[in-house]
Every structure is written in C-alpha cells, then in structure tokens.
Design a protein. Structure first.
Length: 143
C-alpha cells in the first residue's frame, strides 16, 4: 500500500471531508491508488463502484482519485450531482487541483477542492434533518 499523505495530512483531509459533509447530504471520498491499470477515468469509475459510491440515496457521491506514481488524478461525481453542476464545475476543480499539485501542495489542494465541492453540494443537496453519513470519511487505498 502506498503512503502518500502523512498522518497529519490525512487527518486534515478527513476533517475537511467532515466539515464539508456537515452542510450537505452529499458524500465525498478520497482514494489513493499506487498504480493504475489503465485510463485514470476508467479506473476511477471502477473504484467508484467498488466503494459503493453509487449507492447513496440521492446519487450525490464524489470521488477524488489520486495516483501519485502515475502523476494522475480524477474527480468523479455521481449522476445526481453531475446533472446539477455539469462539466464546467468538474473542469474548474480539476484545474484547481492541477495548480496545487504542480507546486507540490497536495494536502492543500485536496482540502481546498473538498471545501469547494462541499459548498456546491450544499447548494443542491443541503443537509437534511434525517441525514446520515452513508459512506466512510477515511481515505481509502488501492494496491
């Protein structure tokens, strides 16, 4: 298993996820993969399914996939959120991460993207009284 973030950086990212999810019914996950088997988007969709992100009640899960050794990443939103925000939003988030990643500020970029994604989710999927955390907040890792 690849260790990309320090324990402190992981804690910062998990806290960013929890803060973002405190204002929305949406679900955000971060996944680190040591080696991609193919195209980053295709691999991301497979991981999205493996993590059961498509099983959220409102189909508003978002995955940030990072493959450090391949120097690639993807942001994948389920159909519920994608229908609301469209490609322009995802492209803006991708550009944000690229800017941070190019300067080696991985934790900062991921936390900023999570914050921005959480704010967008809040607009379309505000927190509900009966909301429950449908997916784990911890960073997941692939082989």
């Amino acid at each position: 298993m690849i260790r990309f973030f320090t324990k402190k950086e992981e804690e910062d990212i998990i806290n960013a996820i929890r803060k973002a999810e405190a204002k929305t019914s949406g679900e955000i996950r971060v996944h680190i993969d040591s080696k991609l088997q193919g195209d980053v988007l295709a691999e991301g969709l497979e991981i999205f399914g493996r993590l059961k992100m498509h099983e959220t009640k409102l189909r508003n899960g978002i995955l940030i996939l990072i493959a450090p050794r391949d120097k690639k990443f993807a942001i994948i939103g389920d159909e519920g959120i994608h229908q609301k925000v469209g490609d322009d939003f995802w492209n803006a988030e991708k550009e944000l991460l690229q800017t941070y990643f190019r300067s080696g500020k991985y934790r900062e970029g991921v936390c900023e993207a999570i914050d921005r994604i959480g704010n967008k989710l809040k607009v379309f999927f505000p927190i509900q009284e009966d909301d429950k955390n449908e997916l784990p907040d911890e960073i997941s890792y692939g082989e």
